[in-house]
Ligand binder design. Structure first.
Ligand SMILES: Nc1ncnc2c1ncn2[C@@H]1O[C@H](COP(=O)(O)OP(=O)(O)OP(=O)(O)O)[C@@H](O)[C@H]1O
Ligand SMILES: [Mg+2]
Length: 311
């Protein structure tokens, strides 16, 4: 067994569904990712939090083929992958709701839902001429949206005629309908009202209930603490800790996220250790401490503000 293998598979913990090691990506002088690690375990809801500009979206894009990292490796169920486009990642069952490029605005809702996997007409029309079966796609789109509780009056509407929140719902529904291995959502509730945000959280629970792991990037701490099994904290381009809502408060997480505290200065025990059973870079994953665990009501700590970027 190589050193690398030994670092990841020394015990009987399950193989991560998706894993990244030491991803690095620069845009000119901006180092958006610096040795970023990532691990998504089977069946979990993993939240990714971090300040504006911390590199969360860059990480998501690298994991889903929307950008190619300069360095580092990505493993899907233990096997190295090199996605060159989001379509390739989707072909492997990874569905992503991007923060900035959720849908194709000029197309109707049904076409958006089936983007890249259109239903073709039966017979030669479909196989030879690749004619899409618009009616079948509309019926199926309606079925999918209904099943997911997304209320949209007419699936023939172009997406550009929808509100921001409705567009985001379509993107989320698409991911939920087609994700077969995992679903990644980059701030899916940022443009949503209270009811719609609740709906997306329900959707995440339902996806998770189907056994699919979900990655949720969010600035909304109450949502994160409500829904996540583990919380990956990103800071200045890399993962600095993985904590659990059961052992850490929102204040702990925000302190680590902003650099006000190091992982070992805040209370709690790293969920990373508990679940994944390793600490390959001491301190980085959040060292366990001998301090008393925060009380359960610590998690309702002061409505935490959206963090302003210090930069
Ligand atoms: N295509 C790009 N070209 C140049 N710089 C980029 C590009 N994409 C990201 N960056 C820079 O990389 C850094 C990380 O950006 P990223 O979008 O990943 O942050 P984020 O954590 O998702 O932030 P937010 O919470 O605001 O969405 C930022 O400084 C950003 O300006
Ligand atoms: Mg982002």
């Amino acid at each position: 067994m190589s050193r690398d293998d030994a670092a990841t598979h020394t015990d009987d913990r399950p193989t991560p569904v998706l894993e990244a090691r030491r991803l690095t990506k620069s845009f000119g002088h901006v180092r958006a990712m610096v040795d970023a690690d990532f691990e998504l375990m089977p069946g979990e809801v993993l939240a990714v939090i971090g300040d504006n500009g911390a590199g969360k979206s860059t990480l998501v894009k690298a994991l889903s083929g929307a950008l190619i990292p300069d360095q580092g490796e990505i493993l899907l169920e233990g096997h190295p992958v090199h996605f060159r486009s989001p379509l390739e990642a989707r072909g492997q069952g990874i569905e992503t709701v991007y923060q900035d490029l959720a849908v194709a605005p000029a197309l109707d809702i049904a076409s958006n839902l089936f983007l890249g996997r259109e239903i073709r007409r039966p017979g030669l029309l479909g196989t030879l001429l690749r004619v899409v079966d618009a009616r079948a796609m509309r019926t199926e789109a309606k079925h999918q949206l209904d099943a997911l509780g997304v209320r949209i009056p007419d699936v023939r509407q172009p997406v550009e005629s929808l509100s921001g929140g409705q567009r985001q719902s379509v993107a989320v529904a698409r991911a939920a309908a087609f994700g077969t291995r995992l679903v990644i959502m980059d701030e899916p509730t940022a443009a949503l009202g209270v009811r719609e945000s609740g709906m997306v959280l329900d959707l995440i629970r339902r996806i998770s209930g189907r056994g699919l792991p979900v990655v949720l990037i969010s600035h909304n701490m109450p949502q994160v603490f409500d829904i996540a099994d583990r919380i990956h904290i990103h800071r200045l381009g890399s993962r600095v800790a993985v904590v659990s809502p059961r052992t850490h408060t929102m204040a702990d997480a925000v302190a680590i996220m902003t650099g006000a505290a190091t992982p070992d200065e805040v209370g709690g025990r790293s969920h990373f250790d508990e679940r994944a059973g390793r600490r390959d870079r001491p301190g980085v994953q959040g060292e366990p401490t001998s301090r008393a665990l925060p009380g359960p009501d610590g998690a309702t700590d002061h409505g935490l503000p959206e963090q302003e970027s210090p930069r």
